[in-house]
Design a protein around this ligand. Structure first.
Ligand code: PMP
Length: 362
């Protein structure tokens, strides 16, 4: 059997072992072509099949309606921070942003370079430990779109329920929680996600876009930054990240084999509960960063009583085979990223380690 780390990296992060094994098996001869997917022409029938299969599987897993189109782009979620305002923030309009962490701030920063923006809610003052409530009255009448970050990778918070306002185009950065639970895609005008957490390797970004929106795109955008370019060419305008799309298609197949997003969500809930319960029963030894109603299923953030204990926790956890548990500097402490591909057993092992460490050092 293969020796696998308990990988709690924030992204790039764990991939399902069966996916890696299948990719390994197909590496030198993909479906009788005598070559790997990396060596196929992106114009070949074989690759087109891979790409279309990925689209079909994602459509099935998220019940994506006909009103929406799927794109596979490059430039990471970070390029979407710029493309979204370039394509959809009109001259007399305002981009409305909810600030729930560093990634929302970055999305806002890029939109500001393109046009008018406003912050309609923020929890920055409490170091982003919760998701704010949102008032329709805060949205300007000329709102171009409302932008949210569905899961805040660094702070470990996640929207429990998405804002619902009629006639407001909702755009969500789902980089760190896409496919972690069922969502109603029809409520979103655009969803984007870098692949390197729940979808596959880095290098490919999934965009799910409502076709209605495309008519708002101004003329004369740089070709590569215009969503219409990629829509018209089925994400094959130029050479796409072919291997990344292939890996993504295998990850989607794996989710389907698990029983789909509902089953994966149940498993994610169990995984998160294990670690949150170690925090909650520690009598204050571990302090959660997120408030209870904003806790993330994907990134569990917590601090220890002091720097020495944090260092000891990280050192000992490393010795026992846990990887990626250091928190981001803006929160400190620890973070366990428990994306879809992190197995329940890894979370059980971490919870046991946390309980043991607390009992010795509390
Ligand atoms: N948004 C969120 C929520 C993220 O977690 C990240 C990456 N950690 C990004 C955006 C940036 O993604 P990329 O590196 O793909 O540009």
């Amino acid at each position: 059997s293969v020796k696998r780390a308990y990988n709690f990296n924030a992204g790039p992060s764990a991939l399902p072992l069966p996916v890696l094994q299948l990719a390994q098996q197909e590496l030198t001869d993909f479906k009788g072509t005598g070559m790997s997917v990396m060596e196929l022409s992106h114009r070949s029938k074989e690759f087109e099949n891979v790409l279309n299969h990925a689209k079909e599987t994602l459509t099935e897993l998220l019940s994506i309606p006909d009103t929406h189109e799927i794109l596979f782009l490059q430039g990471g979620a970070s390029l979407q921070f710029s493309m979204i305002p370039m394509n959809f923030l009109g001259k007399d309009q305002v981009g409305a942003f909810v600030l729930t962490g560093a990634w929302s701030e970055k999305a806002l920063k890029e939109a500001k370079k393109v046009g008018e923006t406003t912050v309609v809610a923020s929890t920055k003052e409490e170091n982003y430990r919760s998701i704010p409530t949102l008032d329709r009255a805060a949205l300007p009448s000329n709102t171009a779109y409302l932008h949210i970050t569905s899961n805040n990778t660094i702070f470990g918070t996640q929207w429990a329920e998405y804002p619902k306002f009629e006639n407001i185009d909702l755009i969500a950065d789902m980089s760190s929680d896409i496919l972690c639970r069922p969502i109603d895609v029809s409520k979103f005008s655009l969803i984007y996600a870098g692949a390197q957490k729940n979808l596959g390797p880095s290098g490919v970004t999934v965009v799910i876009i409502k076709k209605d929106l495309l008519k708002r795109i101004p003329a004369n955008l740089p070709t590569m930054l215009d969503y219409n370019t990629h829509i018209k060419s089925n994400s094959l305008y130029n050479t796409p990240p072919t291997f990344g799309i292939y890996m993504l298609s295998l990850v989607l197949d794996w989710i389907k084999e698990q029983g789909g997003v509902t089953v994966v969500a149940e498993n994610n809930k169990k995984k998160a509960e294990l670690i949150y319960s170690s925090i909650d029963k520690s009598n204050g030894f571990y302090t959660p960063h997120a408030t209870n109603d904003s806790r993330s299923l994907m990134n569990v953030t917590f601090t220890l009583p002091n720097e020495e204990l944090t260092a000891a926790f990280l050192a000992q956890s490393k010795e026992q085979g846990f990887v990626g548990l250091a928190g981001h500097r803006s929160v400190g402490g620890c973070r366990a990223s428990i994306y879809n591909a992190v197995p329940l057993e890894a979370c059980q092992a971490l919870a046991a380690f946390m309980d043991e460490f607390a009992s010795v050092h509390a």
